[in-house]
Write a protein that binds this ligand. Structure first.
Ligand SMILES: Cc1ncc(C[n+]2csc(CCOP(=O)(O)OP(=O)(O)O)c2C)c(N)n1
Ligand code: SF4
Length: 478
């Protein structure tokens, strides 16, 4: 009997139960013998052992590893194909103390995301990239990747990759190391146990590089994809060792850790709530509600047709909110048409930090037309505000738990000089009803965003009329 115990235990950093599928709580979605599973384990162990689980943010784009967030018990962001390095940059800059890891396949990193990774590495962003090179697009069924080997058959190179037609396999590790920006890049392999142990060390070194603030690190894994290669797991691993390692030499491609130093600690950001906001408002105005003790959290959806000024209305709210010292976000969403397509935007005005710019449960809806009212009214939070450009709310949309104002705002705007000022009349109505913002930041935002004097004058009148038409205390239940 051996005098040691074999432990099958997961690193803390992996969830105990994977909730992706109710019937498969202990199983990942990876094929048997897939390299992603091994890389996940090595990465999870390193995160746990280095004690960084609570501050790790894993960025996974599209590819077979798209479900990484079901497995890693860390902060997770799932991003569009190829965009991991760009998102990782943003996250790291916004949260310098987080450990930010982008986890990317070769299709993702070396094809669609090649520009992102190149510039991220060149800027020396202090992030770590886990690059899983299986020489193929796995998730989409086996198309040729930039790293596909010469002669390798794929669905898009059925007779084998041909140098004269398709160029040479891209050596990402060497290519990025030729830049001065990166600090540490190593190519490792999952081709046998000895190499897996070396890969284990490389992940740790890459993460330690980031923890020490020394800049960009990347580990490239030569990784088996038995399913698409049409090999059994053992032969696929052998293929990594016997074939892939010949085309992609293993080893450290650059290690500048000894010559790099961490930049000075970033100064803590002044929180907007700590700014002397009262100085920024005329002293004659009453203290607006957002400066009172009450936390403020306006989640506003503005919706209508393109050309109705939907986005400008949202921008005015966000700009004015910013001037009033609030945390704000403005997220436009529109179709490809320049005119008459649907258009809407999400606006948040908060006294605290904003968790997400997406407003899926608004407490205010400004609907500039009927289709938008129909589309969004059900999502408004009970007690929320609805301002609707129409004589009355259609009976089948009625809700009795909302504060609703329905008026022919376009006609009102038309009587002032142009139906196009509809958005500003509605803004006035909303401000009057909600007290969301005081006058002076709104005037400042109007002056900045409305460039022509003629329109500025008209919009000022439209704002005033909108306020008058909806006195603060007046509202109806639809
Ligand atoms: C913008 C965009 N283009 C194309 C796709 C289709 N697509 C999904 S995954 C993938 C390639 C995945 O290959 P790789 O990054 O090597 O990861 P693997 O699946 O091999 O792990 C492609 C082309 C997509 N999802 N989004
Ligand atoms: S297709 Fe390939 S990369 Fe994707 S899970 Fe299966 S073995 Fe892994």
């Amino acid at each position: 009997m051996p005098n040691y115990a074999i432990l099958h235990e997961k690193p803390e950093c992996l969830y105990e139960d994977y909730e992706r599928k109710s019937e498969l709580h202990r199983q990942t979605h990876y094929c048997p013998g897939c390299g992603h599973g091994i890389v996940h384990k090595l990465l999870a162990e390193a995160i746990t052992d280095l004690g960084i689980q609570d501050r790790t943010i894993l960025i996974s784009p599209v590819g077979c590893s798209v479900f990484a967030y079901f497995y890693f018990d860390v902060g997770n962001i799932q991003v569009a194909h190829g965009r991991a390095a760009a998102v990782a940059t943003a996250v790291k800059r916004a949260h310098p103390h987080a450990i930010v890891i982008s986890y990317q396949g070769d299709g993702d990193l070396a094809a669609i995301g090649s520009a992102e990774i190149l510039h991220c590495a060149n800027r020396g962003e202090n992030i770590t990239t886990i690059f899983v090179n299986n020489a193929i697009y796995g998730m989409t069924g086996g198309q040729m990747a930039p790293t596909t080997l010469l002669g390798q058959k794929t669905t898009t190179s059925p007779t084998g990759r041909d140098f004269h037609h398709d160029g040479a396999p891209m050596k990402v590790g060497e290519m990025l190391s030729a830049l001065d920006g990166p600090t540490y890049i190593e190519r490792v392999s999952l081709g046998n146990v000895k190499h897996i142990m070396a890969a284990r060390k490389a992940i740790r070194k890459a993460l330690e590089t980031q923890i020490a603030g020394l800049g960009f690190s990347l580990v490239e894994f030569l990784s088996p994809c038995p399913t698409i290669w049409k090999l059994d797991p053992v032969d696929a691993q052998k293929h990594v060792h016997d074939v892939m390692e010949k085309s992609f030499p293993l080893g450290v491609k650059c290690d500048r850790t000894a010559e790099r130093t961490a930049p000075p600690e970033p100064a803590p950001m002044t929180r907007l709530t700590e700014l002397p906001r009262i100085l920024r408002l005329p002293s004659t105005e009453p203290t607006p509600p957002h400066l009172s003790e009450e936390p403020l959290d306006w989640r506003i959806r503005v919706a209508g047709f393109g050309g109705q000024g939907v986005l400008l209305l949202g921008q005015l709210l966000a700009e004015a909110g910013m001037d009033a010292g609030l945390h704000v976000s403005w997220l436009p969403s529109y179709g490809p048409e320049m005119r008459s397509g649907t258009s809407n935007c999400h606006v948040r005005l908060c006294s605290g930090e904003i968790d997400s710019p997406v407003v899926s449960r608004p407490n205010a809806l400004l609907a500039l037309n009927e289709p938008s009212l129909r589309k969004f009214i059900a999502s408004v939070e009970p007690g929320g505000v609805v301002i609707y450009n129409g004589d009355s709310i259609p009976a089948d949309c009625a809700r009795h738990d909302l504060r609703v104002v329905a008026q022919p705002f376009a006609e009102i705007a038309d009587s002032l000089g142009s139906a196009k000022a509809l958005n500003i009349v509605m803004l006035g109505a909303f401000l009057s009803l909600s007290h969301a913002l005081p006058d002076s930041p709104i005037e400042g935002a109007l002056k900045r965003l409305v460039k022509s004097d003629r329109w500025l004058e008209l919009d000022r009148r439209a704002l005033a009329v909108g306020r008058e038409r909806v006195p603060a205390e007046e509202f109806v239940h639809a």
